[in-house]
Design a protein around this ligand. Structure first.
Ligand code: PEP
Length: 247
């Protein structure tokens, strides 16, 4: 098996004011105490610059970027703007954006390329609905979604994948460990079909109700290379057992 460093990333979504910068600092301290794990927080854009100053051993990332460098796109942020603010990573293709903003696979591939051009590393999210899971099609559907969203030049030094079953996000429900194992293998196979041996270096994270109680079991699965964590990343106290489980 390839030697992939575990990557544990918090996604704060639309949560976080300056009053929560103390949690960022505490998570930075936590990250510094676990140098064998890559730890980061994808924050609201409004907090990126302030968080950059107190991030300790963690990296600061964004949750989305526009696919264009600049222009008439009111309310949007380019990857270069996020990088200038201090982001070194960004999420693209989170299911909440695919649903709420109607982002297509092609949009997401374009955003990933824009992020890379601005020097950001990328977490590309994919995942199935409950209907797809119940129909028994999850691996085929998510593999196809991954290949349709995959940017040209995909490689492990700048791209990670997050498998996030939509029905597991924020619900407290997670797939069986066998189902996670099967999905991560399927995604690695799909990647290998596209980029060959380079697929071994691409980290595939699990996301969806990961917490201190289930992280160790999830992170022990061979092709689970880390986690994308929503609710349990909002405080250092909840995030710590996940980072420890990855160490
Ligand atoms: C997410 O939104 O990326 C996520 C995994 O959320 P939660 O951990 O809260 O399910």
């Amino acid at each position: 098996m390839a030697d992939r460093r575990k990557l544990v990333v918090g996604n704060w979504k639309m949560n976080g004011m300056k009053a929560q910068l103390g949690e960022v600092e505490a998570i930075g301290t936590l990250a510094a105490a676990h140098p064998g794990v890559d730890v980061g927080l994808c924050l609201p854009a409004t907090l990126i610059a302030a968080a950059d100053a107190g991030k300790g051993g963690a990296f600061v990332g964004a949750q989305d970027c526009h696919m264009k460098d600049s222009g008439a796109h009111t309310g949007c942020l380019s990857a270069a703007m996020l990088a200038e603010a201090g982001a070194t990573w960004t999420i693209v293709g989170h299911s909440e954006r695919r649903q709420d903003q109607g982002e297509s696979d092609a949009d997401i591939a374009a955003k990933a390329l824009a992020a890379r051009a601005a020097g950001l590393k990328v977490i590309l999210c994919v995942g199935e609905s409950l209907d797809v899971r119940d129909a028994g099609d999850a691996e085929a559907v998510v593999s196809a979604q991954l290949l349709a969203s995959l940017p040209d030049g995909a490689a492990g030094d700048w791209l990670a994948i997050a498998y996030e079953p939509i029905w597991a996000i924020g619900t407290g429900r997670i797939p069986t460990m066998d189902a996670v194992d099967a999905m991560h293998r399927a995604l690695r196979d799909a990647l290998a079909g596209r980029i060959g041996d380079a697929a071994q270096a691409v980290r595939i994270l699990y996301g969806g109700s990961m917490n201190g109680d289930n992280a160790a079991e999830l992170l022990a699965i061979a092709d689970v290379d880390g986690g994308l964590v929503g609710g349990a990343s909002l405080t250092a106290a909840k995030f710590a057992p996940i980072v420890q489980a990855a160490a």
